[in-house]
Ligand binder design. Sequence first.
Ligand code: BES
Ligand code: MN
Ligand code: ZN
Length: 505
Amino acid sequence: MEIRVEAGDITRAAADVVVVNLFEGVKAPGGGTGAVDRALGGAISETIRLGDLSGKANEFVLLYTHGRIPAPRVVVAGLGKAAEFTVDSVRNLAGNLVRYLRRPGIETVATIAHGAGIAGLPPAACAQAIAEGALLGGYRFTRRKGTGTKDENGAEGPKRLIIVEHDAAKVPEMQAAVERGRILAEAVNFARDLANEPSNYATPTVIAERAQELAHELGLECEVLERADAERMGMGAFLAVARGTDEPPKMIRLAYRGKGGEGYDLALIGKGITFDTGGISLKPAQNMEAMKADMTGAVSVIAAIGAIARLKAKVDVVAIAPCTENMPGGHATKPGDVAVALDGKTIEIINTDAEGRLVLADAICWARKLGARRIVDVATLTGAVSVALGDQCYALLTNDETLASQVEAAARAAGERTWRLPMFKEYEEQLKSDVADLKNTGGRNAGTITGAKFIERFVEGTPWVHLDIAGVDMAEKDRGWIVKGASGQAVRPLIHLALALADSG
Ligand code: BES
Ligand code: MN
Ligand code: ZN
């Protein structure tokens, strides 16, 4: 979808539909909505009077203009209560809007800059949110469909979105914000594309190829460790997971130097289990197909570093994605086996289904060797996080208040919600092993916390945040910028974090 900002009068826009808006409870619309209402001889205020338009959030009312303005249709979008309206509402509105406008005959959409008028939000932030919302909310995964990109009624969705701004002086900064929004949204959609792919398409090999393509395009450094390389280096935790599969595992590293310093200001580590059967501790058949998305962390960090490079952030970032299938097989790790991680720690593998923390352990050891000063890992780590938090937020666990606040701020900037879980040292007792330095599961209680406690042992005091996204990585339905399937949550927060670190020097 092409998106641009133009100076002009919304009532004169040449488009298949003009979009204006209304706060809940407003009887006499003002601003762009008022101008369109007057041009239509009061059609919008009449619709309000009749009770067919209330301005509630997520309400869309379609009117026909009968030649009174150049566009044949007007859509009035409800903004909800003025007191609850934020830039996040704008992003969600744009997502809902592009799906609502997915109908025959609608190719060009002209809209006012929701939020930037009467609501008084910063125009650039609103323009960026509209771009993000439209590109994210309009996303569909159709690659494995024979019918292509058309939906049931033959519509492809809008092709052009024109944000019409009456104050020409604001247009350049709004246009720049739209470009930023596009970079952020395209990163999310890159991650969604790979997460939605079935595991026979998104193999570790394919993810490594995509990483290499990205590196080539953006001039990033890219290194892919094969099984033999990982063996030589001593990544025994990663390899313990990869033992059961014939699909070649890949430990992927991408590096971006926006500052040109030593080491890295930030390491982004993403769990990349391209399919999690559970291994010898086999999962039940019910819903096992969802485990094709157990690599969301990996593709999120790859997507994020790509966007960080595109935005030319002045910060040095490394992304590491340990990718493998977790399969039962003749060589597979068995419960009770002991693996030796890259830092020499021995791990008793009680449950082969607790594999994410194993691949993360070696990736984190590697990041530390490379001189990472901060570590953020993203992982679909535990089913327990869904029990605790559902799909309204994801868990944040940390050993560092400063970095945690920075990640929280980055999530807020992206319109995503995190929630802290405690890291009391007593939880670590659940990981005591009789035969090794630690074991990979801490029993049923506090599963998300003991997962993080395991990872913490490998960060060795480096400031670190763990994001357990297992409850939010796949959405059950469309809502705002999120669409059913891979949600792409955590990608934009990682980008915002790198931008904030660049600003803070
Ligand atoms: N990939 C799963 C976690 C998961 C579950 C993600 C449901 C998305 C939806 C992870 O590897 C796993 O199996 N975790 C175990 C850990 C346990 C064995 C300590 C779990 O949550 O049951
Ligand atoms: Mn598992
Ligand atoms: Zn898993």
